[in-house]
Write a protein of this length. Structure first.
Ligand code: FMN
Length: 180
């Protein structure tokens, strides 16, 4: 399975992006499951239906192609002001009236012990835009406020790698169920 892991944070030292890179490392190179990290939502223009006509802005075309190529999408986002950050919602808005997301398996991951208001909103939005959003498959590491070195060490630990591999295996199973 090929997963696209979208970070909702464009911060250089983002804990969510670091967690998704940890997931990528846990999957292992050339292994059964591959994770591509998409950390470029900051390059997407503000969505407008007026811009949906061909040709799409180049950054959007790249984003849409990455989503289309994935068997499943993983989203990890911070909470901003008890809500989905504007950039994350903007990225989702670009996909809403297109076909790539409608039947795409989606699961959440989250890099903080906080942010449950945002997670509730994201669950509502994703269940609206995809018929295959899994509310049950969820990965969470409380990494907020940890240094990049501490995060890397935490994500390299054997128990964390095992948790991440189990998450990927669960999600792969969920993705495969749609192929029957
Ligand atoms: C503008 C802004 C608003 C925030 N609002 C909240 C919030 O409402 N609730 C919360 O738990 N954390 C809030 N935070 C903290 C972030 O959600 C938290 O630091 C998160 O782990 C950052 O994710 P990242 O490391 O991937 O960027 C806010 C941070 C910023 C910059």
């Amino acid at each position: 399975m090929r997963f696209l892991a979208i970070s909702g944070s464009v911060r250089r030292a983002s804990t969510n992006t670091a967690m998704l890179r940890g997931l990528q490392a846990a999957a292992g190179a050339g292994a059964e499951h591959g994770v591509a990290v998409y950390d470029r939502i900051g390059g997407l223009p503000v969505f407008s239906p007026d811009l949906e006509a061909a040709p799409l802005p180049a950054a959007v075309a790249g984003f849409v192609a990455a989503v289309a190529a994935a068997d499943g999408v993983i989203i990890a986002s911070p909470e901003y002001v008890r809500a989905i950050p504007g950039g994350m919602k903007n990225a989702i808005d670009w996909l809403v009236s297109r076909e790539e997301l409608i039947a795409k398996p989606i699961a959440l991951a989250h890099a903080s012990h906080r942010g449950d208001d945002m997670l509730a909103q994201l669950r509502t939005v994703l269940a609206t835009v995809s018929g295959r959003f899994s509310a049950d498959i969820f990965l969470r590491f409380p990494l907020m406020a940890l240094s990049p070195d501490d995060i890397a060490e935490r994500l390299r630990a054997a128990d964390a790698v095992e948790t991440m591999r189990a998450y990927l295996a669960d999600f792969a199973r969920f993705c495969g169920e749609g192929d029957n």
